[in-house]
Design a protein around this ligand. Structure first.
Ligand code: PPS
Length: 568
């Protein structure tokens, strides 16, 4: 049986006085601006959430973690916590040198003594840690398309915690939680990890888990970074607060964890367990498909539904935290209560609403029954996710120059304006290059920057309830995916591949550019001397050869209607 350890977990912070001195000295050091994910990692490194780590992994620790889930000293650690940087920054750093680590506003949070610098084998890391080198996995996509190419490792000296302005009273460091449990006399605590709103099934499950383990309950939701497309944490926290009232008073506590999840299934479950252990927890709920990343590019699950429970079980003794396996709870209509699915006799009526079905009902403004969720939770979700016909969205055309993107986009804009209801903005390739990206050329780097800018503006328009119509070439699939993720945080992203064949675009040659490109007078011309990744699964594909513009725009409207984005 797990005994609670009330002793503080080691932190990496120096004293207040030393921090003031160090901050001044660190101003002189080469400095690295942390990415949002690195900032989350640093916070948990510094506050002891990632103990026994003392900094970003050295190469030896990294190799051990990737290959065997162990640090060089043999301690169990399943997740590489690495400081990825650009080649340019890495080239300027000598081994043994101190660097300053700054948040996105430039505040110095820590210093790090660089002991290691190496170029990782990312395909190997993906295979070993995430089980497949498949970019359909969000963390593999991050690894290949967002993380820098070089890793720096070394011990960290903490100066100050990252600043949070939201839900301050709900955030606790591992030692604050330990002190709270001590003060309340909670000797056995079972933690529930979540990145989703809680519904009745979760409440029933967590309540039962606490009873079975004879423990108090810690609702420990992740508010750092979760899976792209998840309900934002502001909404979730308001939902959690509503559910908290449903538990018997003084048995349950809620605390927010600023973790950046990787969706690594089994390895992630073990990692979550170690993090909870550091927070003074004795028991941990592991459910079906814990921290699952969804489907791989072949349409299959990345991990088996109980792989996470298996791996956790193998290591729980060593971790010093006991697993409470999640029972899949369903609603039994005849008895009007939730029960574990595997304990229900045949012949009774079992009700269940999947995540996909819930999203559909929210999108279409349909009823969500009281047996499924609490009215307060549904109200919060409806506030954030009004029916799709009232939300903003982005239509993103992509295709060769001369394929007809701008023409169809213009026609679509006019039709949408005629319908009224939402403001419409057209971000056409040429217009953007004049106004937003006038200094950019057509190298991969510049094209990516151009598309990310369009994505940023489109996501802001979508967030504020408008319609953004974008019509750049956008030749790179990874960049289009990144824009999709930016937009989908706020509303629908409708990708339309204007698939007019290159021969037809070249035959049209409206601007005379193909001729110049063939003659080598324009370099890096898409389709002629520069690549174009054909979209694999756009929402719609159009070919404008021999089809009039009006018909194409109408097809887009039908698609929007079909997706519930405009009223029929
Ligand atoms: S990208 O790749 O998405 O950033 O391109 P985009 O911003 O849509 O700009 C494409 C328009 O710029 C003109 N142009 C070129 N296109 C492709 N390759 C090269 N090298 C190039 N040089 C200039 C061209 O007119 C494109 O306009 P559209 O509307 O697509 O015909």
């Amino acid at each position: 049986m797990q005994k609670q350890n009330f002793a503080p977990v080691p932190e990496l912070y120096v004293s207040y006085d030393s921090a003031q001195k160090l901050k001044v000295e660190a101003g002189e050091l080469p400095s690295h601006d942390l990415t949002p994910r690195q900032t989350c990692d640093l916070e948990l490194l510094m506050n002891g959430g990632f103990a026994p780590l003392k900094g970003f992994l050295s190469q030896e620790d990294y190799d051990g973690v990737v290959n065997d889930m162990r640090l060089a000293d043999g301690s169990l650690w399943p997740m590489p916590i690495t400081l990825d940087v650009s080649e340019k920054f890495a080239d300027a750093i000598e081994i043994g040198q101190d660097i300053a680590l700054r948040d996105q506003e430039g505040v110095i949070l820590a210093t790090m003594t660089v002991t290691d610098k190496w170029v990782p084998d990312k395909a190997h890391e993906a295979q070993k840690v995430f089980g497949a080198d498949d970019s359909a996995h969000p963390a593999v996509n991050y690894l290949h398309n967002q993380a820098g190419p070089v890793y720096l490792g070394g011990p960290v000296t903490g100066i100050q915690q990252p600043i949070h302005y939201d839900f301050r009273a709900r955030r606790d460091t591992p030692n604050e939680l330990r002190a709270y449990f001590r003060k309340m006399g909670w000797r056995r605590v079972v933690a529930f990890q979540t990145r989703n709103p809680l519904h009745r099934a979760h409440q029933e499950l967590t309540f039962r888990a606490a009873r079975e383990a004879q423990a108090n309950l810690l609702i420990h939701p992740v508010v750092g970074m979760t899976k792209p497309g998840d309900v934002d944490h502001f909404t979730r926290v308001r939902c959690y607060e509503a559910v908290l009232d449903k538990y018997p008073a003084a048995t349950t506590h809620m605390s927010l964890l600023n973790l950046a999840m990787r969706m690594a299934g089994p390895r992630e479950a073990v990692w979550h367990g170690l993090i909870r252990k550091n927070h003074g927890v004795t028991h941990f709920i592991v459910g079906r498909d814990h921290a699952g990343p969804g489907k791989n590019s072949a349409g299959d699950d990345f991990y088996g539904p109980y792989d996470a429970q298996e791996l956790f079980k193998q290591h729980q003794e060593e971790m010093g935290i006991e697993m409470v396996p999640f029972k899949h709870m369903v609603y039994v209509q005849e008895r009007a209560q939730y029960e574990p699915a595997d304990e229900i006799e045949e012949g009774v009526t079992v009700l269940n609403i999947s995540g996909t079905e819930l999203r559909r009902r929210l999108q279409e403004g349909l009823e969500i029954p009281e047996w499924f969720s609490f009215p307060e939770v549904v109200k919060e979700l409806r506030r954030t996710r009004p029916p799709r016909a009232n939300q903003g969205f982005t239509v993103f055309f992509t295709g060769f120059s001369g394929s007809g993107k701008s023409t169809v986009a213009n026609a679509l804009m006019v039709k949408l304006m005629e319908m009224g209801g939402r403001p419409v903005t057209l971000l056409d390739g040429d217009i953007v290059r004049k106004n937003l990206s006038s200094e950019l050329g057509f190298s991969k780097e510049h094209r990516d920057l151009n598309i990310r800018r369009i994505g940023y503006v489109a996501s802001e328009i979508t967030k504020n309830g408008g319609i953004a119509i974008c019509a750049p070439i956008a030749p790179y699939a990874t960049t289009r995916r990144a824009v999709r993720e930016d937009v989908e945080a706020f509303g629908a992203f409708v990708e339309i591949h204007v698939a007019t064949p290159l021969e037809e675009c070249e035959a049209r040659d409206r601007k005379g550019l193909y001729k110049l490109a063939r003659a080598g007078k324009i370099k890096e011309f898409t389709g002629i001397s520069d690549p174009y990744d054909v979209p694999e699964s756009p929402e719609l594909r159009l070919d404008t050869t021999n089809v009039d513009v009006d018909h194409c725009a109408h097809q887009v409207l039908l698609k929007l209607e079909n997706m519930g984005l405009i009223a029929a």
